[in-house]
Design a protein around this ligand. Sequence first.
Ligand code: BGC
Length: 267
Amino acid sequence: MARRTTRSPRRTTKSQSAVLGIDIGGTGIKAAPVDIDKGELLQERFRIDTPQPPTPRAMLSVIGELIEHWNWKGKIGCGFPGVLKRGEVHTAANLSHQWVGINIKDQIEKISSCEAVVINDADSAGLAEMKFGAGKGYNKHGGGVVMMVTLGTGIGTALFVDGHLVHNTELGHIEIDGKDAEKRAAASVRERKSLSWGKWGGRVNTYLQTIEKLLSPDLFIIGGGVSKKPDKFFQYIELKAKIAPAEMYNNAGIVGAALAIELELSN
Ligand code: BGC
């Protein structure tokens, strides 16, 4: 049975800028109302374990439960770990393949009767960092190229050019020495294989240097749980670009998901 945080449902007062942010991940699905002007959670987040196997049916039922928990009636923004085009799932590397071809935006709108936008999870975390976190100074015309890299179960990437998001970059799947990069350098690999910080940091370095060769970003923002511990592995990374840990920590996923509602074309 899925583990839940035990909090009683809340009725939420909504202002124009309140959007329900839902961060859909391989291990947990988290939601909270977000003030998208301030980048702050309006209430403590509510989390439910991702059902295993992570099939669309089981996960949509959890998403429905979260929306109901908040008794939500306003707009909803979601981050999902895969490629999305106008709400349709094109890939879901760390979830069930049954997701491919499903329009998750339509499904959420059907469950909730609310307007919803769904974008890639790294893209949404990047939106939060660009507006409120480590990328703030680059979020403008002439701001240059920013590459957000989330190191978690997989590797997610979000590319920003002068503050504009280029959706669905999926550079966590570039091949390095014949292997999918996320299978070598995701944070989950360090834990699963009990790699030392030095060994894993070296792998992250090779990965980031490869991205640097291809795209010459001005700034790398490193997200995921490990962004709280840059002192453990930043010393193994040598880049020409600046590198900064994400500043929004765990909230980037939820805040960024809510910010997706602001995108003119939700891809
Ligand atoms: C997926 C990406 C996702 C990343 C982080 C990768 O396996 O292909 O879409 O952004 O994991 O969740």
